[in-house]
Design a protein around this ligand. Sequence first.
Ligand code: NDP
Length: 479
Amino acid sequence: MNIQNYINGQFVNPIHNEWLNNYNPAKGEVYSQIPNSTIEDVEMAYKSAKSAFKKWSLTSLEERSRILIKISELLEENLQQFAEAESLDNGKPIWLAKAVDIPRAASNFRFFANAITQFASESHESVGHNAINYTLRQPIGVVGCISPWNLPLYLFSWKIAPAIAAGNCVVAKPSEVTPMTAFLLSEICIEAGLPKGVLNIVHGLGTTTGQAIVEHPGIKAISFTGGTVTGAHIAKVAAPMFKKLSLELGGKNPNIIFADCDYDDMLTTTVRSSFANQGQICLCGSRIFVEDSIYEKFKTDFVKKVKTLKVGHPSATETKVGALVSKPHLEKVLSYVKIAKGEGGKVLCGGNQLTIKGSENGYYMEPTIIEVKTDECRVNQEEIFGPVVTIMPFSSEEEVLQMANKVKYGLSATLWTNDLKRTMRMSNQLQVGIVWVNTWMMRDLRTPFGGVKDSGVGREGGFEALRFFTEPKNVCIKY
Ligand code: NDP
């Protein structure tokens, strides 16, 4: 099956008729072809977006909202098909795509359909000067949305929904590794009656198609989620053109466990925050710090539980951990096990590639726990983005806070404790954009989402996203 670009409301082949292989990671086999789009395809998408902009920006909020809700409903109606497609493309268990990825993509559209009807701007009366200021929030124009492979439709829709709700037209690129659900979304957009040109999806490589979007002088804002190195490169290209930028980048998140926590709840959630989606979530708690009084008990219980996680084909209902997204990624993750051993880390479980019967060429790996001697080692500092976590003990709040903050990333942190004062002290001082206390990845779409330090610039979510996708303009009237 060939995936096509979605430009000006239609499916089109890439102008140069060049194609890339798309792999099924569970089998390690090519199963479809995707456009290897070039700068010319991006130009065509840009022109289509530009010509649709005026009309779309003047379309009533009720009408924009109605179309976004229709997209959301169609996603829900086609849940099974989308979940299977996401799993086939990414390697994640089908049940996970069905329970999380696709419902979340649908709720992203529904949420921003409603949010835009509640979004308000400000007015400021200049008392004593007989003047009033009001601030218009106007759509930017044509914007670029670029997303990664780990939560393909979920993160793609997290950008597209607020962008179009706010009245912009979009040129978007999903990861070349997981393009399928973005392609299926184009079909739904047609069915939902989204006017042609409002959303244009161009498939291809980051370094060519993605780069062309970032370099395009007419694309005034870029919303990007991906790796920190790519983010830094995008910032460099976009800065001289003064583009608005939202960068959601990598993480190396601490999971801090105090002895006074609700132990069973913590243990169950920690297994999930370590290995959900094969550990390929930017929010995974990949550095586990445990208070020394419960360290040995935690170590035994955690290893025991992790050893029971079933690694297998994504379509099997009992599979808890599916395939990693690609061969190069599997190799990268495995290389960190070697690095860990080289720097004195002890592999407590896992550490190896796995062969699954019937899917011998798939990219499977055992969930891996590494006990590290120091928080400064590479496996504890660098983002691995796979089913690998480190654990080490700590003896005081000050010590763990220092270790938690001593990385270049600052996306999220999880804290397990029942001490309210400690919760407040730690939450204030953790250098991250999101703190979860006694839970993990509980999301309310109204809250600001994003990180500090090398984890990015700007926030997505709620009105933050609508602020990003609009330009404020102040009007001052003297009366
Ligand atoms: P990459 O940075 O490699 O790619 C992200 C996207 O950018 C892809 O669509 C990619 O295309 C594209 N891209 C690559 N190079 C360029 C370029 N020069 N110009 C424009 N676009 C480009 O990240 P991954 O896809 O490997 O995703 C994993 C990373 O994403 C991890 O670091 C993870 O932490 C981060 N992430 C962050 C999240 C957050 O909210 N903070 C959430 C989820 C993931 P292609 O794939 O086709 O090369």
